[in-house]
Design a protein around this ligand. Structure first.
Ligand code: 5GP
Length: 186
């Protein structure tokens, strides 16, 4: 990614909005109801995979009505610009034993599927009562391993996207919508 040295160069990389703020709000509300229906009053532990899912986590935790605790993990899936190198590493782990919990992993996007395959393998080995995955975005056309989220709010084509928690070189996480990143500007 070229250095951002002006507001014009920053804005030029936001190609087009593919999911609006309102569409996200509506989908989060619906996903909250789906989670409520699955757990039917049973307490859950929502686990946000940082950093990308921090915005989604803040909204989905307020869209569920079942009793819920929250936890955070940090996984790095080494991206050089917009291309994944395929190496996933847990850089910050959960602060508790999850063996008594119904765990719901909250992720921003499933792309190749490697990150969540690794994270679910690690968490399953800790014997939670149950484990499910809710992802904001799903790019099934990019899958390299067979991974299927339990709930995906939006299925998108093979675009590199930014906004609502998703970054490019740490910028754009604070956009309230999801946009396609303009790679032609790099
Ligand atoms: P996977 O392991 O499924 O290939 O990748 C998952 C991680 O890659 C996501 O949590 C996210 O950090 C990053 N990623 C994949 N696709 C995109 C994308 O289109 N935009 C951004 N900003 N990150 C992505």
């Amino acid at each position: 990614m070229k250095e951002i040295n002006s507001i014009e160069s920053y804005n030029a990389k936001i190609k087009n909005v593919i999911i609006t703020e309102q569409e996200i709000k509506d989908a989060v509300k619906k996903a909250g109801k789906e989670i409520d229906a699955i757990y039917d009053g049973t307490p859950i532990l929502l686990v946000s995979i940082l950093k990308g899912s921090f915005v989604f986590m803040a909204d989905i935790c307020r869209a569920v009505s079942v009793p819920c605790e929250i936890g955070f993990m940090c996984a790095k899936s080494y991206y050089e610009g917009t291309v994944s190198s395929g190496v996933v590493r847990i850089t910050m782990d959960l602060d508790r034993d999850i063996s008594n919990y119904h765990v719901v992993i909250v992720e921003d996007i499933v792309d190749t599927g490697r990150t969540l395959t690794d994270i679910t393998t690690i968490l399953k080995a800790r014997s939670p009562r149950s484990l499910r995955v809710v992802t904001l975005l799903d790019k099934p056309s990019r899958r390299l391993v067979d991974f299927r989220p339990d709930i995906a709010l939006f299925t998108i084509p093979d675009y590199f996207v930014i906004g609502y928690g998703l970054d490019c070189a740490e910028y754009y996480r604070n956009l309230p919508y999801i946009a396609e990143y303009n790679q032609a500007e790099d």
